[in-house]
Design a protein. Structure first.
Length: 185
């Protein structure tokens, strides 16, 4: 239920934005990156790079190690999997919090659809979003050390959606370095 409420709120881009100070500071992080890489504009939706944070979909993430699945009930009806890069996995294995700089977490999501071969099974349908969190405690100091990116069909969604990310992770899992997912047993 909790994650349903969260994800729904995120899609509606609602009432709990990060503070303007947070956003302003995160924006300056973006500007730094954009200036360093002028051919890759970080400012617009429909870009490979998330607004505010300048986060991209990391190369090779589909081969990263699995952390846990999640199932989102109606209305989203999604299956999700969270993967981590080697730094993330090493930190999880050591119970290390906060996560070290260089940690990257990726959450993939699909509509869940009934299996054509076996009715009780639900399997991944259309891919919906890829979401990314990148740890850089200096660059993203105003947002708990995390930069955020949400991508649909490989393109970043708009700034309004990105303004919701930190607020929710901060409100609910500040005591776990702003990360919800625990290693599946
Ligand atoms: C209203 C709450 C809420 C908002 C807003 C939100 N998330 Fe999350 N996020 C969650 C929950 C709950 C999970 C746990 C996994 C699940 O249920 O899908 C999660 C998991 C994640 C994960 C996997 C790591 C972890 O913390 O478990 C990433 C990456 C992520 N979110 C990125 C984002 C990005 C990027 C945005 C903004 C575009 C965002 N989130 C906005 C609630 C939220």
């Amino acid at each position: 239920m909790l994650s349903l409420a969260c994800a729904t709120a995120a899609l509606a881009a609602p009432d709990a934005p990060a503070t303007s100070a947070n956003i302003a500071s995160a924006k300056s992080a973006k500007v730094t990156k954009a200036a360093a890489n002028p051919t890759n504009s970080a400012s617009s939706a429909n870009s490979d790079t998330s607004p505010i944070y300048g986060v991209t979909i990391p190369d090779g993430y589909r081969k990263w190690q699995f952390i846990a699945p999640a199932h989102e009930t109606a209305p989203l009806d999604e299956l999700r999997v969270v993967l981590g890069n080697p730094k993330a996995i090493a930190a999880i294995e050591k119970n290390q919090l906060p996560f070290p700089d260089g940690t990257v977490l990726v959450k993939l999501a699909w509509k869940h659809v009934q299996s054509a071969e076996f009715a009780p099974a639900y399997v991944p349908g259309k891919a919906t979003t890829v979401q990314v969190m990148v740890k850089d405690s200096k660059k993203y100091a105003a947002t708990g050390g995390w930069g955020f990116g949400r991508f649909i069909d490989g393109k970043a969604v708009d700034a309004a959606q990105h303004q919701t990310c930190f607020a929710c992770h901060q409100a609910l899992v500040k005591n776990h370095d702003y990360v919800f997912t625990r290693l599946a047993p």
